[in-house]
Design a binder for this molecule. Structure first.
Ligand SMILES: [Zn+2]
Length: 232
């Protein structure tokens, strides 16, 4: 089992937790999962979340006998387990099939504007945006749709944007057997735009550059490409 890379494992005081929420800083590159995270099957998870969500709605004062609300707890539970948080479960991880780099293409390969939807782990509201990924082949290449699937897999978790960026980069480095990977994520956090400071215009950028991408010229080439508007 992989060692957890913990940046800080000290217990935080409640005020410090508030600060953490405000700064949107994560404490680990690995999603903090319980040891027994997958002992319960998906069916039981849906049943239990549904029961608890129903209670939340009732506490809020909603009448669950109303036709429009009746199915909501079950709908939310299914959406959590089978869709928006399905990336928590390693069984849903996309399998990585590699191909020989037959054309001996040794330049940068960029896949930009990969749309993703995630959820902020501090407020459980959406984070959405675009991921831009690039790599240099070490002899193998990956199907382009697989890069999208890797981004979606890590997005479908309660996340912090920094961790999402690093997780995508780590996964690609491992699959492609190269450090020469760059990931840039540009996102809107609904916990910032729709509540709290209600800032509807700000976006958050994060980047992880490794290997050759630490070279300023190569980094610039990648950034110029993702900022360019190539119409085909
Ligand atoms: Zn948030």
């Amino acid at each position: 089992m992989k060692q957890k890379e913990t940046l800080s494992n000290t217990q935080l005081e409640p005020e410090e937790l508030d600060d953490l929420d405000f700064a949107h800083v994560g404490t680990s590159y690995d999603t903090p999962l319980r040891a027994d995270a997958f002992e319960m099957d998906d069916e039981l998870k849906v049943e239990m979340i549904s029961k608890h969500f129903k209670e939340i709605m009732q506490i809020l004062g909603l009448d669950l006998d109303d036709d429009s609300l009746q199915g909501t707890p079950q709908r939310v539970a299914k959406m959590y387990v089978q869709e928006v948080f399905s990336g928590l479960n390693p069984k849903n991880k996309p399998s990585a099939r590699l191909f020989e780099n037959k054309y001996n293409y040794d330049q940068m390969l960029v896949e930009k504007d990969i749309t993703f939807y995630s959820h902020c782990e501090h407020h459980f509201v959406p984070i959405y945006g675009k991921a831009h990924v690039a790599y240099f082949s070490s002899g193998k290449v990956i199907g382009l749709s697989k890069i999208n699937r890797i981004v979606q897999y890590y997005a479908k978790r309660p996340q912090v944007q920094e961790r999402l960026t690093v997780q995508i980069s780590n996964e690609l480095q491992q699959i492609l057997d190269t450090e020469d990977v760059a990931v840039v994520v540009d996102a809107t956090h609904m916990c910032v735009s729709s509540r709290g400071v209600n800032d509807t215009n700000s976006r958050t950028g994060t980047a992880q550059f490794s290997g050759k991408f630490l070279d300023q010229q190569i980094k610039t080439e990648f950034l110029n490409y993702i900022n360019s508007n190539t119409e085909i």
